[in-house]
Design a protein. Structure first.
Length: 482
């Protein structure tokens, strides 16, 4: 009973706070809207006054031409006028608008004042506003006044209707918002009730069922990640929770097994060069240090295995940083053709047994130049390893719609169809003995695939045994800089 009252208080508190916040936000919107409307009303009054006095200079000139007093003639048109003994005063229209006004009105002074009235209430006094213009026509100063009572009355009716509408909305909004908020919070309320019922003996779930579920979870550990909650024996209300937990356990189990396999494979890869180095060290220790040929052979073997270990460790560190999201990309606008030409020049100095063909055209992407170059080097290195001496290796670029491609194609041994889906797995080799002979670690394509995916792309593979392999780095294309 106490928990239920706490839940109701919590719900009331959340609904009230949200309601108050939304109400004040709506009030702020109305105030801002009213400020805008008042500003527009003032501008409208000025425009209306200017339209009414636009004809004043012309009427004065006509009166002078007919010998009629200009002041009397203006009063016949409904405009109050008098001669001004002093110089014109008041605010002036900015010069930007002078082109739309008569010369006399452009330099005239304006005022908005209250006419003489006994009214004391401010909204009543507003009806006696007068728009005054002090201008000079043919060297004679005039004070022209135009009452704004008609426009003020219309605006008062308009603003009264707006204020009444806003007040009615503000009075109704708390009740409407409360129902809406309560409806949106209802799923959370039901979830809270379900959670509370789990701790009560008299609830929708039996104590035995809850204990079975809890006991199953308690028995799950790293050594028994294959344990699952029996969904068929779980009450309906707990089925979704059990299914979600089982799905989470499946993902954790897959990740755990992948990590264990990765550690095992890494240990195996390091064990081979370590055993080789240890064997040559023992050879030197027993008798090889006195044999120049054995000594040189041991040094060469140790240097080679050390270089292999260094490469393997660097690749492992690269993948570890990538898995931990500790590797940042320095994206720049670059041309894939320039990357292909750079890697070609570097490779040509180291490999003279293959014929390289370049088919490069400008293709632009936003990417990390160093990582894209590393990815291409991996593909070229694989092509060299698995293409016989004298074979052809083609480096090309192309663009298809919004995708840019950097492709390495060879006419080497190819990859069996059943092995293509697994070539990006870490430490996987399609031909273990052949890969050993070439010194591969089985991590190159994994790194290349990670680089492509990190750039929002992927690796595209096409291969046939004894025909060759074609692997493309596919990335989102960018426009050429002008």
């Amino acid at each position: 009973m106490k928990d239920e009252s706490i839940t109701k208080v919590g719900r009331f508190s959340i609904i009230s706070r949200l309601n108050v916040q939304l109400w004040f936000r709506l009030l702020a919107v109305f105030l801002a809207l009213n400020l805008v409307l008042v500003t527009l009303a003032v501008v409208a009054l000025l425009i209306y006054g200017e339209q009414q006095i636009m004809k004043v200079p012309e009427v004065i000139r006509e009166g002078q031409a007919l010998g009629v007093d200009a002041v009397s003639l203006l009063e016949l048109t409904g405009i109050q006028a008098s001669r001004l003994p002093g110089e014109p005063s008041g605010f002036k229209i900015p010069r930007f608008f002078h082109t739309y006004l008569a010369p006399e009105l452009a330099e005239a002074g304006r005022k908005i004042e209250f006419a003489a009235t006994e009214e004391t209430v401010w909204w009543k006094k507003l009806e006696h506003l007068v728009y005054q213009v002090e201008l000079v026509v043919d060297h004679q100063n005039y004070l022209v006044s135009f009452p704004l009572d008609t426009v003020i009355q219309l605006m008062r009716y308009f603003f009264t209707a707006i204020i009444i509408l806003q007040i009615s909305i503000l009075l109704q909004t708390p009740f409407i918002q409360a129902r809406m908020i309560r409806s949106n919070l209802n799923p959370l309320t039901q979830l809270a009730k379900k959670a509370q019922s789990l701790n009560q003996d008299q609830g929708p779930f039996s104590q035995e069922e809850i204990q079975v579920l809890a006991g199953t979870l308690d028995n799950i550990n790293a050594a028994r990640l294959d344990t699952r909650i029996e969904v068929s024996e779980t009450q309906d209300e707990l089925k979704n929770l059990a299914i979600a937990i089982n799905g989470l356990l499946d993902r954790i189990n897959d990740s755990y097994r992948a990590q264990a396999r990765f550690v095992s494979d890494a240990s195996h890869e390091l064990r081979t060069p370590i055993a080789t180095i240890q064997g040559y060290v023992n050879l030197l220790d027993r008798w090889g240090k006195n044999d120049p040929q054995a000594l040189q052979e041991s040094i060469d073997a140790i240097k080679e295995e050390t270089a292999n270990m260094k490469e393997l460790v660097e690749q492992l560190l690269f993948l570890a940083r990538g898995d931990n999201n500790r590797m940042t990309l320095d994206r720049v606008h670059l041309d894939l053709a320039e990357i292909g030409e750079t890697v070609y020049k570097e490779t040509q100095m180291l490999d003279g047994g293959h014929d390289f063909i370049l088919r490069l055209e400008p293709v632009f992407v936003y990417a990390d130049a160093g990582l894209i170059k590393q990815c291409l080097r991996i593909l070229v290195d694989n092509a060299i390893k698995y293409t016989p001496v004298g074979g052809e290796i083609t480096i090309s670029t192309s663009q298809e719609n919004a995708l840019a491609k950097l492709t390495v194609k060879d006419n080497g041994i190819g990859i069996p169809p059943e092995d293509v889906p697994r070539i990006f797995d870490r430490f996987y080799r399609a031909d273990e003995s052949r890969a050993r002979a070439t010194g591969g670690t089985g991590l190159g394509l994994s790194i290349a695939n990670w680089i492509a995916q990190r750039h929002g792309g992927y690796l595209e593979v096409l291969s046939r045994v004894d025909v060759g392999t074609k692997i493309s780095i596919v990335l989102p294309a960018a426009k050429e800089k002008v």
